[in-house]
Each structure stands twice: as C-alpha cells, then as structure tokens.
Design a binder for this molecule. Structure first.
Ligand code: GLN
Length: 471
C-alpha cells in the first residue's frame, strides 16, 4: 500500500507510530499528483514547496486538498473563475486556522464549478475534472475536484463546500463520504460566499471515521462569523463508539421516492433500506409536504444572495480588470462581462431580478416564507425519527457534456436542496455500484442520511453503522 492511499485515521496512526514522516506522506501525495492529476484534473494548482516546508515544520500534519474558494494566505483562490485568475489570498480562512490546529496541512487547490454554481464541475473556467470511475463522465459538483481527488487517492482527504448539494452529490458520484454540517456549525469566514444563508464547509473523505476526525477540527464558534453559535462541539469520535442501527428510527420521506429516479439508483437505495432494516433499524414512511417547492425556493434565494455577494468582483478590488476600461461604467461592465462565465451571469441576472424593487415581495419575500415551511417539515419529522434515509442524487455520474439545459442540471440537487434550506446536517455514504453494461462501467452511488440541526453526533453514528454493514 502506498502512503497516498491512506485515509486520515490510518495516516495519523502511522505518523504517531513513526512508520513514516509527515514529509514522506506529503511527498507521496505530490508524487501521486504528478502521476495521476494529468488524467483526472482534480487539482488546479499545488504549491509543492510550501506544502513540503509545512510538513517539515509540522511532523503530525496530514495533507488536505482544498477547494479553490477557501482562502489560504499566499495561495491562489480562483473559485474556478477567470475573474480571480492571478489573485493571491492575503489571509487564512478560519477553517484553515482550525485544520492546522487540528493536525492538517492545506496541500493543493482543487477544481470546482465557477463560484460553486453547478453540479458537474463543467462550469469551471480553469480546467476539466473527470470522474475517476469513468473518465468520460463528470465527477459531480460543485466540489468535483475534491471528490475526484478523494476518489482517486490523489489526496488523503479534502475540504468541500455545500450550498445545495455540492459536497454530497459529488461524493456520491466518486465513491467518497461527504458531510454537510448544519448551518452555523463551521465558520464561513474566509470562504468565498455564494449564498451566505446556505453555504457550509465540510469534509470529503475515504471513510466515516475520517469525516468525524475532520469535522472535529473544522467545527466551532468563530467570532468572525456571527452565525456560529458559542456552544461546545461534541466529541464526534466518541459519539460513534458502539455505533449500531438497532432500534434506530429511519424515516423515508415519501416525496423523495418518485418516478424518474434512475433504476439503478432506486435498486441501490432499496438495498440500503433493506440492509438497515436487517440490522435492526425501524423503517417508517414520513412526509415532508413542502418538498415540491424546495427547488423554486432555492433558485430564488441562492441567486439573490449570489448577486449581492458577487457584486464585489468589480474589476477594482480583485482579480481581472478589462483592458478596455475607458470609463468607470465600462470598467465594471467589461471586467464582469469578461471575467464571469455564463452560469454565474445567469444567477446574477436572476438574483438581481428577484431582489429588484417591485419584485422583492413577490419573489424573495415569498420564497423566504416557504423556506420556513420547509424547515418546519423537517423539525416536525425529527420529533418522530432519528434520521432520514434518501437517495443523494437522481442519477449516477453522467457523461461530460450530456446535460446542456440548466434546468435539467438543477435537478441533480432535488434531494439535497431541502435539507440545505432547512439548515440541518446530512451525509452521503458510499452504498454500492451500478450494474456494469457493455458501454458503461460500474459507477458508484451514495445514500444520504439527514439528521436534525446540530445532531452531527447522531448522523455520524448512523453513517458509521451503515458503513460497517458494507465491509
Ligand atoms: N448545484 C447547486 C447549484 O448549482 C448547488 C451548488 C452548491 O451546493 N454549491 O447551485
């Protein structure tokens, strides 16, 4: 076994026992990067010297691939966009300070959909990332670089972000564990904002143990982010001790088991349900009656917030400035026209429209009210069940270029968006592979568990017990 194949837990054990050094571990990841990244395209850049120097200084440090929207001082932070090409971060995000304290080293910047808008990493303006299980397919998105890096052992683990599914869907497509923490569990300070009321950073890892170890380092109050409550963070590893599904009440939201689900995803989800039942879980059907509105609400709230957040990219303060900026208006307009890609522009236009005077009440105001109803659906259901079990995405990884219509692309997040709007926590756990055919190899598919807000302890316990059923 090569060192780059290790997960966090095993890497830590090896470092502690002195089986290898942090520099050797880092070098192994770098060698792997040279050998395999040209094929997969997970990383955009890798400051090898900086990473090795940090490994030398931190003999217990485990390398982590970082999604290219999280600021690390002295590193690029492109958000997959031309508008931020050449930008160098002047400071560390709180999650970066936290992971360093927790025994990790930021090592390499991974690709993503531009400003995290997308479900396939195809909207990245800076590179193509492919699915390690079939290089003609997408890795999912927007954290596709993170997922492809984990799924092809190009890293030990990675950080992703999730606004409406961007950790969970690519995790499902690339056979890794992806955890979206509850809103406010992890600081957003220094993480380029897409939709501030939804964004969360979370772990993308090779096992549930590793997700717990990484979440432990990430989570907690930050005075720089007013949405992080000043409450203690549970011991997540402890929470998983003796994890079992016996007596666990698992809800199946009937609105999620719809026609149009890919038959292989359906088969694998049914198998997951059966496995849980056989392990002693009590399976109950539940209802989240406002599920149908989640997509519409998300595509008002997220673009609205994005249009405000992206106003700062004006050609003056960061990144790209148009060469044809003869007037102030042209400086703004041309820099943005040249710097942003089509999906980002679409969101800015939609967002600006729904926030404009005369339309605010009809769209944003209304969507916010429906969002409350969606959150209440979950609160209601979690009075009766411990966790929900659902598909992660309606299909396995699709072909590069196959989805051209934005609305069809948006449907990828049908099962992940409602929980994001509610602010609860959820995880995608590998659940098996599709049946290979003559033209399509076996593709990984994950299953999603959802728990009430701030119950990552419970979520990890369920996920850990589920993972153990498969090994
Ligand atoms: N695919 C969704 C979107 O494009 C979610 C993205 C995300 O979670 N960052 O908005």
């Amino acid at each position: 076994m090569e060192l780059y194949q290790l997960g966090i837990k095993a890497a830590r054990e090896g470092l502690a026992k002195g089986d290898f050094s942090s520099v050797e571990l880092m070098q192994s990841v770098i060698d792997r990067y040279h050998a395999e990244n040209p094929r997969i395209g997970a990383y955009l850049t890798f400051d090898e010297e900086g990473a090795l120097a940090e490994a030398k200084a931190n003999p217990r440090g485990v390398p982590l691939a970082i999604k290219d929207l999280i600021n690390v001082r002295g590193q690029p932070c492109t958000c997959g966009s031309k508008i931020l090409q050449g930008y160098v971060s002047p400071y560390d995000a709180t999650v970066i300070t936290n992971i360093r304290k927790g025994g990790f080293i930021p090592a390499g910047r991974v690709n993503m959909d531009e400003f995290a808008m997308g479900s396939s990493t195809e909207t990245s303006a800076l590179g193509r990332t492919v699915n390690p299980y079939d290089v003609t397919r997408v890795p999912g998105g927007s954290s596709g670089g993170s997922a492809a890096a984990v799924g092809s052992d190009l890293c030990i683990a990675a950080l992703g972000t999730d606004t409406g599914g961007s950790i969970r869907q690519p995790a499902s497509f690339c056979n890794c564990v992806g955890l979206k923490p509850s809103y406010g569990r992890v600081s957003r300070f220094g993480v380029t904002a897409f939709a501030s009321s939804l964004d969360q950073v979370g772990p993308m890892t090779k096992s549930v143990d590793d997700a717990a170890l990484l979440l432990q380092a990430l989570a907690g109050h930050d005075e720089m982010d007013g949405t992080t409550p000043n409450e203690p963070v549970p011991d997540y590893v402890r929470a998983m001790e003796g994890a079992s599904l016996k007596g666990v009440k698992l809800g199946l939201p009937k609105e999620y088991f719809i026609d149009g689900l890919d038959p292989e995803v359906k088969r694998l989800t049914d198998e997951a349900i059966k496995r849980c039942a056989d392990a002693g879980a009590e399976i109950v059907e539940v209802s989240l009656p406002h599920t149908d509105y989640a997509m519409a609400v998300y595509y008002i709230v997220a673009p609205a917030e994005a249009s405000a957040n992206l106003a700062r990219f004006d050609g003056v303060r960061y990144g790209h400035r148009s060469a044809q900026s003869d007037t102030v208006f042209n400086l703004y307009a041309r820099s943005r026209a040249e710097g942003f890609g089509p999906e980002v522009k679409r969101r800015i236009i939609m967002g600006t429209y729904v926030l404009s005077s005369g339309y605010y009440d009809a769209y944003y105001g209304r969507a916010s009210k429906v969002r409350t109803l969606i959150r209440r659906d979950f609160e209601q259901v979690f009075r009766h069940v411990d966790a929900l079990l659902t598909p992660v995405a309606p299909t396995p990884a699709f072909k590069i270029g196959a989805v051209q219509d934005p609305l069809t692309m948006y449907l990828n997040d049908l099962f992940t968006i409602p929980g994001s709007l509610a602010g609860n926590c959820s995880i995608s756990v590998p659940s098996g592979f599709t049946q290979p055919t003559a033209d399509v190899p076996a593709l990984p598919v994950g299953v999603q568990f959802v728990c009430d807000a701030y119950r990552e302890d419970k979520l990890l316990r369920v996920a850990k017990a589920y993972e153990a059923l498969r090994t």
